[in-house]
Design a protein around this ligand. Structure first.
Ligand code: C2E
Ligand code: MG
Ligand code: MG
Ligand code: MG
Length: 283
């Protein structure tokens, strides 16, 4: 392997808008990063509010350069989305998340769903359902152990083809949830039109909730609305016990956040499961 600084992105230039030269080489750089083992997944646990039990993990991608520099996904995912690199990245994440969850299942360590973030461009691509089902077959992960996290933008763009894709996946047993709810152009019609299992309330509302009545009112209303529509609610970015108490009072179903755990390296997941004691179950 060469020193390779030529193929590695300079983190400083990544977020620059209109950095066409950077975006152009991005597909190659992401592919290189995969070959060089620079990408990995971390897994953040989710717990049931009522029982406190582990009920899933969200897979989050990490990019660590050879020199140890970490490039945050908030920087490189949007750049990847501006090129076809998002397809290489997205498929790598899906395959890795599914094979990891399949291994947890096979070894009896955990039988809980893994949630994978899917970008708007992936969802707009006609082959997504086939790709997902292919990866499930290849890795042996049951469809019910995979969830897809979608953003509002992705769903707004997509129209009938997106709904069709999600219906096909749901028919096969793969659920979809709406991520970062409340941050985009939240259309309530979307919740009715798109086949979703649940919504994730964005952490900006969760974190402001205890101090700001308005945010508390939004969280409370979102939980009620979601439940009225038969949707499950996950609160993301839960960091404090007070936030948990509010969420419990509002009837929120699940939490994810530093209060429970930071995202864990794959090697740290067994220790986390041992520590929390309760045998995780599907749900
Ligand atoms: P997201 O899907 O909303 O993921 C939640 C983000 O909140 C993660 O940031 C997570 O580490 C962070 N987080 C979780 N709990 C807490 C908390 O208690 N406090 C605070 N302050 N933060 C918390 P991360 O891993 O940096 O990911 C950022 C975003 O990058 C994700 O937001 C998602 O939109 C995107 N992303 C990450 N992995 C992937 C991927 O594999 N594919 C795609 N398309 N996007 C990804
Ligand atoms: Mg997410
Ligand atoms: Mg989110
Ligand atoms: Mg977010």
């Amino acid at each position: 392997m060469s020193a390779g600084h030529d193929v590695l992105p300079d983190p400083g230039v990544l977020p620059l808008p209109g950095a066409a030269a950077t975006s152009l080489g991005m597909a190659d750089r992401i592919t290189e990063a995969i070959l060089r083992n620079e990408l990995s997944l971390v897994f953040q646990p989710q717990a049931d509010v009522a029982t406190g039990r582990l009920c899933g993990f969200e897979a989050l991608v990490r990019w660590r350069l050879a020199d140890g520099t970490e490039i945050p996904p908030d920087l490189f995912v949007p750049v990847a989305e501006a090129s076809d690199a998002i397809f290489v990245l997205g498929e790598w994440v899906l395959r890795r998340a599914c094979s990891t969850a399949a291994r947890w299942l096979r070894t009896g360590m955990a039988d809980v769903p893994v949630a994978v973030n899917v970008s708007a461009r992936q969802l707009a691509e006609p082959g997504l359902a086939r790709c997902v089902l292919g990866i499930l077959a290849e890795t042996g992960l049951p469809a019910s152990n995979l969830k897809l996290e979608l953003t509002e933008t992705a769903l707004l763009d997509g129209s009938a083809a997106v709904t069709q894709c999600l219906l096909e996946l749901r028919g096969a047993g793969v659920q979809a949830v709406l991520d970062d709810f409340g941050t985009g152009y939240s259309s309530l019609a979307l919740l009715r039109r798109v086949p979703l299992e649940g919504v994730k309330i964005d952490r900006q509302f969760v974190q402001a909730m205890v101090e700001q009545r308005d945010s508390a009112a939004i969280v409370h209303a979102v939980v009620s609305l979601a439940h009225a529509l038969g949707l499950r609610v996950v609160a993301e970015g839960v960091e404090t016990r007070d936030q948990l108490l509010f969420l419990r009072a509002y009837g929120c179903d699940r939490i994810q956040g530093y209060l429970l755990s930071r995202p864990l390296a794959e090697a740290d997941v067994p220790g986390f499961i041992r520590e929390i004691g309760a045998p995780p179950t599907a749900g």
